[in-house]
Design a protein around this ligand. Structure first.
Ligand SMILES: *[C@@H]1O[C@H](CO)[C@@H](O)[C@H](O)[C@H]1NC(C)=O
Ligand SMILES: *[C@@H]1O[C@H](CO)[C@@H](O)[C@H](O)[C@H]1NC(C)=O
Ligand SMILES: *[C@@H]1O[C@H](CO)[C@@H](O)[C@H](O)[C@H]1NC(C)=O
Length: 414
C-alpha cells in the first residue's frame, strides 16, 4: 500500500527529524560531559589502593598509602611533614566506655572489619561511588553541608533559629577559650522519612561569630541517605572555615583532614547500634588542639588517634574555640507541609531515660591549661521541644550528661 506524501510534508518531516536529532545530541553531549566530570572527581577522591576490602553493607574500603591521601592534593600541604602523633594528649578523668549492658557481645566496631584490615602505613578510605556523586545537587556540592545549619542558640532573630528546616536539641557552653571537647555518645539508627533529610549526633567546636567566616570542626555519627545511599549509622567528621560556603567537607571528601590511623574509616558504618529497651552502645570522641603544633587532633574511643586538621585551615580556630556544642540535628524538609517524622537520637524523648532515649555522657572541654574538665555553665537549646527535646544532668558516673532527641511529627508537633 502506497501513501502519497507531498513534497511540503516531506520537507516538514525532514526538518522535524533534524531538530530532534540535534536536541537529542545536545542532551547526550551534556550528559556525557557531566559523566566525564563525575569520573574526574571520582579519580581525585579515590586514590590508588594497595588493598581493598568489601564491607557487608556494600561499601568498598580502600587501603591508601598515608602519603597519597586526598589531603595532599591541597597546595598548602605539598611539602607538609605528616605528624604521626600529637605532641600532647589532654588528661582528665577517664570513664569506662563502649558497652553498658554486659551480655558477652563484642565491643563496638566498624562493619567492614568483619572482612579484613588495612596494612600499616595505609589509611582506610570509603570509596566514593558514581551513584554517591550523582545524588548530590552538583559535583561541587557533593560532600558538603548546606549553608548555615549550625545551631546558633544565642541568636535573637527567630527566623535565624528556624532557618532552612534544620532542627537541633543541644547542650552548649560559650564565653571562654576552649582547646577541645570530648563526649561519649549513645549510638542509634534513627529513621529518616525523606532521603534528602538526615539525622546526626555530634559535637561542634566553633570559632568566630555565626557570620560568613564561622569556623567549625564537627564529629559524631549520622544517618544520611543522600550522602551514603543507605540508612546506616556512620562515623563522620566535618570542617569549614567559612560557614559552609567554599571550604570544608565531610570526612575525607576534600583536602584538609590528615588521617594517620589504619583501623577506622571515616564515613564507614558503626556496628552494632543500640536497641530500645535492649543493649546500649556508645562511642567516645575527643578533639583537641595540640598546644605546640597548633593542629586539631581527633581520637575515636580510647585507642584510635585518627589524625588532625592542620591549623592553617582555620582563622579563629587557629587560636582557640569560643563555643562548644553537643547534641542532635535533623533536617525537617516539611514534606506535604507537615513536620517530618524523621527521628533524632533514638526517636524517643529525654523523659524516657536510659535504654530508651539517646544520651551524651561525660561531656568535657579542654581548658586553657590543656586539661579535660567538666564544662561550667552548660546551657541547653532546642527550636521546638515538642518535636525534639533535651534535658541535662550531672552525676558521679556520667559527669555532665544529657538526654536528647524525639520522634519529630507527633500530636504536639505537626
Ligand atoms: C615546596 O618545596 C619546594 C622545594 O623546596 C619549594 O620550591 C616550594 O615553594 C614549596 N611549596 C610550598 C607550597 O611551600
Ligand atoms: C520555629 O517554628 C515553629 C513552627 O513554625 C514555631 O512553633 C517555633 O516557635 C519556632 N521556634 C523559634 C525558636 O522561633
Ligand atoms: C531508608 O529508610 C526509608 C524509610 O525510613 C526507606 O523508605 C528507604 O527505602 C530506606 N533506604 C534504603 C536505601 O534502605
Amino acid at each position: 500500500m502506497a501513501v502519497h506524501i507531498s513534497a511540503g510534508q516531506r520537507l516538514a518531516q525532514l526538518v522535524l527529524v533534524l531538530i530532534c536529532l540535534s536536541c537529542a545530541e545536545g542532551r547526550e553531549i551534556g550528559a556525557r560531559r557531566r559523566l566525564a566530570d563525575v569520573h574526574k572527581h571520582l579519580k581525585r577522591l579515590n586514590k590508588p589502593a594497595v588493598k581493598s576490602i568489601q564491607s557487608p553493607d556494600g561499601d568498598t574500603i580502600d587501603c591508601v598509602p598515608v602519603s597519597h591521601q586526598p589531603a595532599f592534593d591541597h597546595p598548602f600541604l605539598k611539602n607538609h611533614t605528616i605528624q604521626m602523633r600529637p605532641t600532647y594528649h589532654p588528661e582528665g578523668l577517664t570513664f569506662e566506655q563502649n558497652k553498658i549492658s554486659s551480655n558477652g557481645e563484642k565491643p563496638m566496631t566498624q562493619l567492614w572489619h568483619q572482612n579484613g584490615r588495612c596494612p600499616p602505613d595505609t589509611i582506610p578510605v570509603r570509596r566514593t561511588k558514581k551513584s554517591d556523586v550523582l545524588r548530590a545537587s552538583s559535583i561541587k556540592r557533593y560532600g558538603k553541608k548546606r549553608h548555615r545549619s549550625t545551631p546558633n542558640p544565642t541568636s535573637v532573630d527567630p527566623d535565624m533559629l528556624n532557618e532552612s528546616g534544620h532542627q537541633h536539641a543541644i547542650a552548649y557552653v560559650e564565653g571562654d577559650k576552649y582547646y577541645g571537647a570530648k563526649a561519649t555518645i549513645n549510638v542509634w539508627e534513627p529513621k529518616i522519612e525523606q532521603s534528602n533529610e538526615f539525622s546526626l549526633s555530634q559535637l561542634w567546636i566553633l570559632g568566630g561569630s555565626f557570620g560568613q567566616d564561622l569556623n567549625s570542626i564537627e564529629a559524631g555519627w549520622q544517618v544520611s541517605p543522600d550522602l551514603y545511599g543507605d540508612n546506616n549509622t556512620r562515623l563522620f567528621t566535618y570542617w569549614t572555615s567559612d560557614a559552609y560556603q567554599a571550604t570544608g567537607c565531610y570526612n575525607l571528601l576534600c583536602s584538609g583532614f590528615i588521617q594517620i590511623n589504619s583501623e577506622i574509616a571515616m564515613g564507614a558504618s558503626i556496628y552494632p547500634t543500640s536497641s530500645y529497651h535492649g543493649s546500649q552502645y556508645d562511642i567516645s570522641i575527643l578533639v583537641w588542639k595540640d598546644p605546640k603544633e597548633g593542629n586539631w587532633w581527633m581520637q575515636f574511643g580510647n585507642d584510635y588517634v585518627l589524625g588532625y586538621w592542620p591549623s592553617f585551615l582555620f582563622s579563629y580556630l587557629a587560636d582557640s574555640a569560643s563555643m562548644i556544642e553537643w547534641g542532635g540535628e535533623v533536617v525537617n524538609s516539611e514534606p506535604d507541609g507537615a513536620h517530618t517524622s524523621t527521628q533524632m537520637g533514638s526517636g524517643h524523648f529525654p523523659e524516657e531515660g536510659f535504654g530508651k532515649s539517646s544520651y551524651f555522657r561525660n561531656i568535657q572541654v579542654v581548658d586553657l591549661s590543656n586539661n579535660l574538665r567538666a564544662p561550667k555553665g552548660v546551657n541547653i537549646f532546642t527550636e521546638q521541644s515538642n518535636c525534639y527535646d533535651v534535658q541535662s544532668g550531672n552525676n558521679g558516673d556520667w559527669g555532665s550528661y544529657f538526654y536528647y532527641g524525639g520522634p519529630g511529627k507527633n500530636p504536639n508537633c505537626q
